[in-house]
Design a protein around this ligand. Structure first.
Ligand code: NAD
Length: 434
């Protein structure tokens, strides 16, 4: 069995490498030439812990290769994992252009039976559309199946998540498709849940929206904490001790970002609208999340009053730690707001600066990239914690106090103990606690 992986972005590259690691023969392909050139050279185009080693190993052991040619990838594969992007359209719906395009190419290259597996996050009923497109564009009567196998990996621990999944959802409508997917995931037999395709597609959108809802819920509670003497960290801890609630995704802060939660919440709102189900609940989730940036900017203004020409250090640019991904990162919204106010920004992130330079090129003195958190904080009027990279938590507070022009920290992720920071003579603001 040969597996083709179409789209070698964050999900596709990890999928290709990890399927090879599970002893399958895999071909990855992408429209961006450079990604394939780098992959063939054993160098991932993304930062993901552990990926490079496994990429090199599986290339060397001959189970993994990459083609520039999509048609050839389709022809040479029995199973095709579709991992292309499904970005947000301006109206909030999922843009299915790439999935449709790939479906047409599969139709045109249907030389033998193929199992087409949706791994991208897609709206419920997408498989019906893929089947229709293939039937419209096919040139012969070769059989095919469509299945849904949504991906649950988290950037920053994607390899670990793929190789140690807590569930594998398989949405199928034929025994053959189920048999093939069970064979692919044989190593995780006890983690497999088989459903119909609509159910599998919906599980992904429902899961991401639920997690986003948890984050927005604690952020709303955090707003209330700021008006009272309550401490959101302790509220969350107290709630999380209840096993029905659990402690995860109850961190108040700058809100969720990334390439999944914001777009998946909005996509589900639109799927509901199209099908006559009102997801007002998720509209609130989205609104609360957007408000986090405003609340954070207000804290900066509360500390500095006028931001014009104030030197502000931003620590953390990626949407979460352990990744270089800046798609929908809160840092982007914060930078835009601070630029509007005329602040001078000093940016630092352990992995995401190259990506950020493409969005915000360096321009002295308005926006400067720094080589360490201390360099960013040196001479600054305020320091902002935007992403909770562990290296920020380990910073030397005495040194910070000494090098900043005004020792003021505004912590969007509650990484510090307020008493500890204040003891060092640093003025400290955080989210949902005094
Ligand atoms: P991405 O943008 O990193 O990767 C998509 C890749 O598809 C890109 O490299 C792009 O060049 C390629 N592509 C587009 N059209 C193509 C075509 N016609 N032929 C070949 N390649 C093509 O996106 P991603 O983060 O990997 O996400 C992919 C999908 O997986 C999305 O639907 C996303 O919602 C879902 N998902 C993402 C994550 C995550 O953490 N990133 C997790 C679970 C699910």
């Amino acid at each position: 069995m040969r597996i083709g992986v179409i789209g070698t972005g964050y999900v596709g590259l990890v999928t290709a490498v990890c399927l090879a690691e599970l002893d399958h023969h895999v071909i990855g392909t992408d429209v961006v030439r450079e990604k394939i050139d780098l992959a063939l050279a054993g160098r991932p185009h993304i930062y993901e812990p552990g990926l490079e080693e496994l990429l090199k190993k599986n290339l060397k052991e001959g189970r993994l290769t990459f083609y520039h040619d999509l048609d050839k990838t389709i022809k040479d594969s029995d199973v095709l994992f579709v991992c292309v992007s499904t970005p947000q359209r301006p109206d909030g719906r999922a843009d299915m252009t790439y999935v449709e395009g790939v479906s047409r190419r599969i139709a045109e290259n249907l030389n033998t039976y193929k199992l087409i597996v949706e791994k991208s996050t897609v709206p419920v009923r997408t498989s019906a559309w893929i089947k229709r497109v293939i039937n419209l564009y096919r040139r012969n009567a070769e059989p095919f199946d469509v299945a849904s196998n949504p991906e649950f990996l988290r950037e920053g621990s994607a390899v670990e998540d793929f190789l140690h999944p807590d569930r594998i959802i398989i949405g199928v409508e034929s025994a053959k498709a189920e048999r093939i997917l069970r064979q692919i995931y044989a190593r995780f037999a006890d983690k497999i849940l088989v459903t119909n395709i609509d159910t599998a597609e919906l599980i992904k959108h429902a899961s991401n929206s639920f997690l986003a809802m948890k984050i927005s819920f604690i952020n709303l509670i955090s707003e209330l904490c700021e008006k009272t003497e309550a401490d959101v960290e302790l509220v969350a801890r107290g709630m999380g001790l209840d096993p029905r609630i659990g402690p995860q995704f109850l961190r108040a802060g700058l809100g969720y970002g990334g390439s999944c939660f914001p777009k998946d919440v909005r996509a589900l709102i639109h799927i509901g609208e199209e099908m006559g189900v009102d997801f007002g609940l998720l509209k609130e989730v989205d609104k609360i999340n957007t408000r986090r940036i405003e609340i954070f900017i207000n804290k900066i203004k509360q500390a500095l009053w006028i931001l014009r020409e104030k030197k502000i250090a931003l620590l953390g640019l990626s949407f979460k730690p352990h990744t270089d991904d800046i798609r929908n990162a809160p840092s982007i919204a914060v930078i835009r707001e601070l630029q509007k106010e005329g602040a001078f920004l000093r940016l630092y992130d352990p992995q995401a600066m190259n990506n950020m330079k493409e969005v915000f090129p360096e321009k002295e003195p308005e926006l400067v990239y720094c080589q360490s958190p201390y360099q960013a904080l040196e001479g600054a009027n305020a320091g902002l914690i935007i992403t909770e990279w562990p290296e920020f938590q380990a910073m030397d507070l005495t040194r910070i106090k000494d090098i900043m022009s005004n020792p003021i920290l505004i912590d969007g992720r509650n990484i510090f103990d307020p008493d500890e920071v204040r003891k060092q003579g640093i003025e400290y603001y955080s989210m949902g606690r005094k």
